[in-house]
Each structure stands twice: as C-alpha cells, then as structure tokens.
Design a protein around this ligand. Sequence first.
Ligand SMILES: Nc1nc2c(ncn2[C@@H]2O[C@H](COP(=O)(O)OP(=O)(O)OP(=O)(O)O)[C@@H](O)[C@H]2O)c(=O)[nH]1
Ligand SMILES: [Mg+2]
Length: 311
Amino acid sequence: MSEFTVMMIGPEAVGKTTLLATMYKELNKMRSYARFNFYAENDTGINLDSAYQKLSRIIEQPTFTSIKPLLEGTRGIIYHRFGISFKDKNELDLVFCDIAGGLINVSASDQDFITFQQLLNKASVIINVIDGAVLMEGSDIFSDKINKPSRIRDLLRPALSDKQSHLILFVITKCEAWLNSAEGRNRLMKKFDERFKEVINLIEERINAVGVVIPVKTLGCVEFSRMEKDGEEEKSVFVRRANKKFEPEFTDQPLRYALSFVLAERDKNRGWWEKLFRAWDPSFKESLIQFVKERDISFKTYGNIQLTRIC
Ligand SMILES: Nc1nc2c(ncn2[C@@H]2O[C@H](COP(=O)(O)OP(=O)(O)OP(=O)(O)O)[C@@H](O)[C@H]2O)c(=O)[nH]1
Ligand SMILES: [Mg+2]
C-alpha cells in the first residue's frame, strides 16, 4: 500500500493545527457521499477531535481569545495518519506532519529540525499556513516577522532542488473578513503576491514545483476587527460574529488538491508504482477522480501547473 507525506510548515500560531482539525471534521461529513472511506489511524482521530472540541468551546464565548497551542505537545513533530479505503481494502495512506511553529527557527543542528528538514525534502505535498489578518493589516515588518516568507523560501530551497515533484499549498487562515467580497479576495491575493514574492520566484524557477493559494475559513464566525499596539508589538484583535455559525469553508480544498497531485504522480510513474505497490482497483481511481474534480479551480496557481493535471 502506498504512503504519501504531507508536510505542514508555518510559524507559531498561524493556524496549522486548527486547519488539520477542521479539515478532519469536514471530511467526516463527506463520508456519506464519497465512495471511499477516509479515516484516522491510531490516535489521530482522538487528538484532532479534542483540538476541535477545544475550538468549539472557545468559539461559543462572546469574546474570542486566541488559544495556543491547540494540541498539547506541538513541540516537535506530530504525525497524523489517515487511511483511504475502498471496498474495505486500504488503498492509500496519507501522513500529515504537523509541527510546532517554533521548530522552523531552531538551530540547524537540533535533532528535531534535522528530522523536519528531511521530511520536508521528501514530502510530496507541502502546506504553508499563513496568517491572513497579519498579512493584510500588519505593517510590512510585522507581516514578515509573523509569516516569515524568507525563512519559508530557505526551507523550501533544498526540498525543491532534487528531481522529485512537489505541490506547495499556501493556505491563508484568519482571513474571514476578506472572503466576504470579490474586492476583499482580490486584495488578499495581491498582498500575498507582494509579501511572498521571493517564495513565488523560487517555485517559478523550478520545473518540479507547483504552488496554489487557498484562502480558507477555518472558523467562519470569528472575524478580524483591528490591529492594536501591545507594548512595542502589534496584535490582531478578532471578534465573534453573533450572526455567524462556526462553519469552516474551503477546508476540504487542500485535501482535494493534495489528492489530485497524488493521482497525477501515480499516473506519471505508473510502472514503478505498480511494481512497488498493488495496482489500484479501477473503480477506486474513478471515485478519487470524482472527489478531485470537485476542487475549486479558481485558486491562483504558480509554477508548473501540469503537475496537478490528471488524465
Ligand atoms: N479568526 C481565525 N482564527 C484562527 C483561524 N485559524 C486559527 N485561528 C486561531 O489561531 C490560534 C492558533 O491556532 P493553532 O492552530 O494552534 O496554530 P498553530 O499554527 O498550530 O500553532 P503552533 O502549533 O504553536 O505552531 C487559535 O486560537 C485559533 O483559534 C482562522 O482561520 N480564523
Ligand atoms: Mg499547532
């Protein structure tokens, strides 16, 4: 059976674990119509469920306070294992590696960091989570300090330097306030292009890389209100919108894109794939294609888009 690694990257508190927890919940809802089964292995379900419960409780309070970390022990790397089964046979494994944001800044000789960079280099799909509120409303200095585009570029460079293909998903969180209008969405995209120029350039230089920007609503009911001064620091303040429900939107999209890439890679390397792993049930492939086709193709892409094309 085949295994794919999806690596989460991004600094502290940008929303990596929240994205995973809400994505897992959304996928549970989808089970009823997808013909394959997406399930969590070992402790993954318990962990993500407890993160989700914690979020739900906090969100019920009128003033939204940021909680962190969402999962205990997000120091280092946490492996969330998911299986995809079809007709009771396990066909594909996806390992989502969640990191403590602090890890991207530790010394290169730190053992956790070495493991992280190795995982990143071999990851098929890399998800860079970006704090949208700070991106849009923080000063340029603060924005770069929180989202760290230069650091992300430096981490991606070795990963993209081998022949292996990579899909890089830029998932923007905390951007509910800008997703309510086409104008807000355009401003968000423009700002991403501006602040992440160096990362985009790296992807566009490489034939083995494709990038997609996916803004998501992981909470939906909490919107950015204003930036405040907190001593020398800037701080974003969010408000709980009483008229809106805790309703994640677009959190299924990263998975749809990840699976489109897995499918494209498998088709490209069919020979060795089938030697290494069992051939897929053709109707499993058909139902995966169906799932992938429901991805939103209006997201902006960079680099070699052919890499996500499925036959
Ligand atoms: N408004 C809003 N808040 C969010 C969103 N995503 C995450 N948050 C909040 O941001 C805080 C940090 O989220 P986490 O998911 O713990 O961040 P992380 O990137 O996993 O952080 P580390 O594990 O410390 O690296 C939590 O209070 C979340 O509720 C979002 O899309 N919108
Ligand atoms: Mg976390």
